[in-house]
Design a protein around this ligand. Structure first.
Ligand SMILES: [Ca+2]
Ligand SMILES: [Ca+2]
Length: 194
């Protein structure tokens, strides 16, 4: 039984490393038709700022992976948000090409998992980060939607500064914006096609 599990785990890990047949190189996955909220950009430019820092949703060392070595999962697709206001409840909602939203504890049919639900799930310890990743296999083609929403301000002071990091293939992208309570200013929606 244990051996079966190990074999299944190995298959899962192996399948997360996609290769272009015959080249030995990773398959290129790229975003197109990116739509960002007014006044917000999704920048690919990366300035290496030394070692990777945990829980900031920034690819500090510009290796294409966000917050590696920090106990967060990653994959060929990764979406992470981080915010400093410990009491604020900010949600990351990633909708895949089939229209399914990644939820904690349950993968979408396309294989998107959600790691944490901060500050609600009790594992955040004031370091608020939410993380959605593709556990393995090839990313489903189609339109994806990433919504970052201020659910509750709690005792925090508005606006809440939020950092969004997106990993697609070997590239990482970032955006920083403010969220405040109220219609239209409490969420930012990004869309792109794979
Ligand atoms: Ca990194
Ligand atoms: Ca980082």
């Amino acid at each position: 039984m244990q051996r079966l599990f190990a074999a299944a785990l190995f298959a899962l890990l192996a399948s997360s490393c996609l290769e272009v047949p015959g080249t030995g190189k990773p398959a290129e996955v790229a975003m197109r038709d990116v739509s960002t909220p007014v006044g917000t950009t999704l920048e690919q430019a990366c300035t290496p700022s030394g070692v990777e820092m945990c829980f900031d949703a920034v690819d500090n060392n510009c290796n294409g992976v966000i917050d590696e070595g920090c106990g967060l999962h990653t994959g060929i697709l990764q979406f992470a948000i981080a915010w400093d206001a410990a009491e604020a409840d900010v949600n990351l909602e990633v909708t895949d090409a089939a229209g399914e939203v990644a939820q904690p504890g349950e993968a979408t049919t396309s294989g998107l998992y959600k790691d944490r639900d901060c500050p609600r799930d009790g594992q955040c310890f004031g370091q608020n980060i939410e993380n959605v990743f593709l556990a393995g296999g090839e990313p489903e083609k189609g339109r994806y939607k990433v919504v970052v929403k201020l659910e509750k301000l709690g005792g925090a002071t508005a606006p809440v500064k939020v950092r969004l990091g997106v990993r697609v293939g070997q590239r990482s992208y970032g955006s920083t914006f403010d969220l405040s309570p109220g219609d239209k200013v409490n969420e930012k929606a990004f869309e792109f096609t794979l």
